[in-house]
Design a binder for this molecule. Structure first.
Ligand SMILES: *Cc1c(COP(=O)(O)O)cnc(C)c1O
Length: 434
């Protein structure tokens, strides 16, 4: 009665209805909505668009997990390492919070091979895949009033995590005509004294780009000018199959502090094993001084750890996986990218401004001046799923309306089949010239 909230009616005589706090419109529901923007949610929508009475197999060009394809399987050395780790009975207990020392040390050595300075095991925090690395970092950096710079197009996990952590996100452009390089002027225009970091994804998801050393150095100089750290999402590290080799952002850690995020998911093709890392590429100790490592450690203390037998496998897995294995995977990706880039040119209404040179993805532009009757990219992708059983990720899910993202980590015959169906779909929906 005191708060005027008693129900009185409906038979519950005299029972005061509690005022449920969690149902406030500004509460958890809004935060949970961030998850509805995730790739998984959009993928669910595409899958439900597929005609169940269709007789042709579904062609999956929207996923980020190639392991369903027979040719994209992990190295036998990696499997042996996990079996040996499990059988050793040394990895059945709880993990230490930052990860097992041997595994941290192996990752530090592995990353140091490509850096002009040495990382120590203390610079490495093991995480449950790169997803948890993102979660930990965004949570550790969030503070009232702060903002973070994210790429557009990008990887929507970042937007979902910043929303959950009340960290404001601001988007800078990647320029398709310049190989999806960062528009550094837009970065400078966005940043202010409350900006904490800039996120760079290289090799690029969704762009398929691989940045040159020069461009990475320019990014580092810009970060230095702005006084912000760089978060380098290098989950596709070494998956560069074009002319340009992969260079880690950490190479420029003396210009601006870099926190590198990575995992074994993509290079070893084991996204289900859930092993990733945060690496502090900070040779001048700037992040330590600012106690960023302490915030990460604090968050890791209340978070879960990757499975210990996978951690236990890491040193052997890194030591034993042969270069031939990595070369084989790069060859497969190169052939797929070549096929895709060639075939896309023949599809009316779809253009590809930049040939992919890394990761497993490419962005294509939908031109609705030559296609008829589509309201936008989501409509296009849902109808493509319905009519052709081909799944392509709408660009809207990645921050680029009227674009689409195609995964080419799939066997060549399926990719070819998918592209042919896309071609007949676009032919069928082509605008008739007046
Ligand atoms: C796949 C992916 C991740 C997540 O990696 P996991 O190791 O599978 O958790 C993070 N960032 C980008 C850009 C990705 O594509």
């Amino acid at each position: 009665m005191e708060n005027g909230n008693s129900s009185g009616g409906d038979g519950d005589v005299g029972v005061t209805q509690p005022r449920w706090r969690f149902s406030r419109p500004s509460g958890g529901t809004q935060l949970a909505a961030a998850g509805s923007l995730s790739i998984r949610a959009v993928l669910g929508r595409l899958i439900s668009s597929v005609d169940p009475s269709g007789t042709r197999p579904v062609v999956w060009l929207a996923h980020g997990d190639p392991t369903a394809t027979a040719c994209f399987q992990t190295a036998p050395e990696a499997e042996d390492a996990v079996v040996d780790g499990l059988r050793s009975r040394k990895h059945n207990g709880y993990s230490s919070t930052s990860g097992e020392p041997h595994a941290r040390s192996a990752i530090a050595d592995y990353l140091s091979r490509d850096l002009p300075y040495e990382l120590s095991p203390d610079d490495i925090y093991l995480t449950s895949g790169c997803v948890q690395a993102v979660e930990i970092l965004i949570s550790a950096l969030a503070q009232p009033g702060a903002n973070i710079l994210l790429p557009k197009p990008g990887f929507p996990l970042y937007e979902a995590r910043t929303t959950f952590s009340h960290l404001e996100d601001r988007h800078f452009d990647l320029v398709p005509e310049r190989g999806w390089e960062v528009d550094l002027e837009s970065v400078k225009a966005l940043a202010d004294e409350n900006t904490v970091a800039i996120v760079i994804i290289n090799p690029g998801n969704p762009s398929g780009s691989v940045y040159s050393q020069d461009h990475l150095a320019q990014i580092a100089e810009t970060a230095r000018e702005l006084g912000i750290m760089i978060i380098a999402d290098e989950v596709y590290a070494h998956l560069a199959f074009g002319d340009r080799p992969f260079t880690p952002m950490g190479v420029f850690g003396k210009i601006a502090p870099v926190i590198t995020l990575g995992s074994i998911s993509k290079r070893w093709l084991v996204p289900g094993w859930r092993l990733g890392w945060i690496a502090m590429c900070d040779p001048d100790g700037i992040l330590k001084e600012a106690k960023v490592d302490q915030s990460i450690q604090n968050y890791a203390n209340i978070s879960t750890d990757p499975a210990t037998f996978v951690q236990g496998a890491v040193p052997q897995m890194i030591a034993n996986t042969k270069q031939e294995y990595f070369n084989k995977i790069l060859g497969l990706l190169r052939n797929s990218a070549d096929l895709l880039f060639g075939k896309i040119k023949d599809i009316r209404g779809i253009t590809c401004p930049h040939k992919p040179e890394g990761s497993m993805f490419v962005m294509v532009k939908l031109d609705f001046t030559c296609l008829d009757g589509f309201s936008d990219d989501v409509d296009f992708c849902c109808r493509l799923a319905k009519e052709e059983s081909v799944l392509v990720m709408p660009g809207t899910a990645l921050g680029m309306k009227n674009w689409g993202r195609i995964t080419f980590a799939i066997d060549l015959p399926s990719l070819e089949d998918g592209l042919e169906r896309m071609k007949s779909f676009c032919d069928r929906h082509a605008k008739v010239e007046a």
